[in-house]
Design a protein around this ligand. Sequence first.
Ligand SMILES: [Cu+2]
Length: 105
Amino acid sequence: MMRKMRTMRTMRKLVAALLIGLPVAAFAASPQTAVLDLQNMTCSMCSITIRKALERVPGVIDARVDYDHKTAIVKYNPEQANPSALVKATTNAGFPSKLHNGTQQ
Ligand SMILES: [Cu+2]
């Protein structure tokens, strides 16, 4: 009898933990991708500078800089970062940018 009670209590704790944990997962925003057109890129080393600047922005998950196309493709958590923060980061690093076609995917 006592053992059953304890099991029930453990179960209840588990359910409570799930109830607390689930909404976070359910409402966590899915990553967004922004494409930036970059200025001032003169060599492939610039790509690294830009990538590092973007990766330093809180919420950035992944940043890829394409030297040939002078673009940066940035995956970010929209709850922490936004396109203007990304533009600001590259601009502060010496590479003014703007959203490619003003679009986000
Ligand atoms: Cu360079």
